[in-house]
Design a binder for this molecule. Structure first.
Ligand SMILES: NC(=O)c1ccc[n+]([C@@H]2O[C@H](COP(=O)([O-])OP(=O)(O)OC[C@H]3O[C@@H](n4cnc5c(N)ncnc54)[C@H](O)[C@@H]3O)[C@@H](O)[C@H]2O)c1
Ligand SMILES: O=C(O)C(=O)C[C@]1(C(=O)O)C=C[C@@H](O)C=C1
Length: 366
């Protein structure tokens, strides 16, 4: 019999999951979203098969329910679902960036025997909405699952089968440990990115050139400050203690840096940067996960008219598709002024070979 998947909150993550499930399963996928616009768009883009008029209507018939709203709403939705007379075999999951509060709400509200498994794909974007949904978003990323008293090993296996199309690496983790790690590698960096933007924003009131001069370094470290403010407000409030601890730790680090600067301690400053570089360089580059790889290739091209079309034609002649092209405004630490993005490592390798034959130096950023 045809299975039914119901997604609540059809934005970037809900939409991307719908696309991955569609690929691997013959299931009807329906969704509910408070935004009718999102539902209309999702239907037009073929992301879902049908829109539901309410949470109750979709939850009643679903085999798999995915809650993909901001975390504050997820907790309210769990309370709504608790009153729905759904299929006894249904699996309910969420995709929220914080886990402890959500797991506690499921435990407090869902009736005995209802299956709930927490989820968090460690991949995303600063973009929101179903228009940004992408079936490859989770490829090679970690997908954290937090099983609970409300789930069995067999149900966890079924859920993993539903999620095979993500091509993500499933890992199981306790909610508190998840929140500690995600707090350090995702939540706190968003706080710092926004604070850095605030610092430059204040500076540009007096020095308007600051905004225009902002180059690769500032752009790289602050890309995530363009994310949804509502989503990040909720994440901060749902991982508040970890954030408070991280702020304390950060203040202590800043105090140490201040001392190094006051004392002009060149050796200590060198060690500070060298230690950071060593750890950062050791992060995996080929797989997604803590830091996603985008299959980018930097090409050092001479400065003459028509050079970009020469490069793109060369790749097109070899049947290699480019998913994105950017002319770098500054060279920074990367040689090459053209950044080409590809869909896969295989395409990037082919492009590297093709451009190498034509004597264009190419570089892969690590
Ligand atoms: N964006 C990321 O990088 C990322 C990555 C992993 C996990 N997450 C988590 O995934 C969840 C969704 O994030 P997103 O990036 O897809 O956000 P999004 O803004 O793209 O989508 C959220 C959707 O939920 C809908 N919504 C809000 N309240 C609702 C309600 N009460 N009922 C039904 N629909 C409602 C919104 O209209 C929107 O369409 C969040 O909990 C977030 O923490 C985000
Ligand atoms: O790439 C981005 O824009 C993200 O912010 C993705 C990111 C992250 O911090 O790494 C954001 C939130 C998530 O819960 C998981 C992934």
């Amino acid at each position: 019999m045809n299975k039914h998947v119901f997604i609540i909150g059809l934005g970037l993550i809900g939409g991307s999951l719908a696309l991955t499930i569609k690929e691997g399963h013959r299931a009807t996928i329906s969704a509910f979203d408070v935004s009718e616009e999102q539902l209309k768009l999702a239907l037009a883009l073929g992301v879902i098969d049908m829109a539901e008029p309410s949470i109750e209507a979709g939850a009643k018939k679903a085999d798999l329910i995915i809650i993909a709203t901001p975390v504050k709403q997820t907790k309210q939705i769990l309370q709504t679902i608790a009153h729905v007379d759904g299929k006894p075999s249904a699996i309910i999951m969420d995709v929220g960036s914080t886990k402890s509060d959500v797991m506690q709400t499921a435990e407090d509200w869902l009736p005995e025997g209802t299956c709930f498994i927490g989820g968090h794909p460690m991949a995303g974007s600063h973009k929101s909405g179903v228009e940004a949904a992408n079936k490859r978003l989770f490829e090679n990323a970690f997908f954290v699952l937090t099983p609970s008293k409300r789930s069995t090993a067999a149900q966890l296996t079924i859920l993993k089968q539903w999620l095979t199309g993500t091509r993500a690496t499933m890992i199981e983790m306790d909610a508190d440990e998840h929140d500690k790690i995600a707090g350090a590698i995702s939540h706190f960096p968003h706080l710092i990115a926004a604070a850095l933007v605030g610092q430059v924003s204040d500076l540009s009131a007096e020095h308007p050139l600051a905004m225009r001069m902002a180059a690769g370094g500032f752009r790289d470290i602050t890309r995530i400050a363009s994310s949804s403010p509502a989503m990040w407000r909720d994440i901060m409030l749902h991982n508040r203690q970890e954030m408070l601890d991280a702020v304390d730790d950060w203040q202590e680090r800043m105090r140490q840096i201040k001392t190094m600067l006051e004392n002009a301690s060149d050796e200590e400053l060198f060690t500070f940067f060298a230690d950071a570089k060593e750890f950062r360089d050791a992060l995996p580059v080929k797989t997604k996960g803590a830091i996603p790889s985008f299959y980018d290739l930097y090409v050092d091209v001479p400065d003459y008219p028509g050079v970009i079309s020469e490069v793109t034609k060369m790749l097109a002649d070899q049947g290699i598709s480019i998913t994105n092209l950017r002319i770098m405004e500054t060279r920074e630490d990367i040689l090459g002024v053209l950044r080409l993005s590809f869909r896969s490592e295989k395409d990037r390798k082919k492009a590297e070979e093709c451009l190498g034959v034509a004597s264009y130096p190419t570089y892969v950023a690590t």
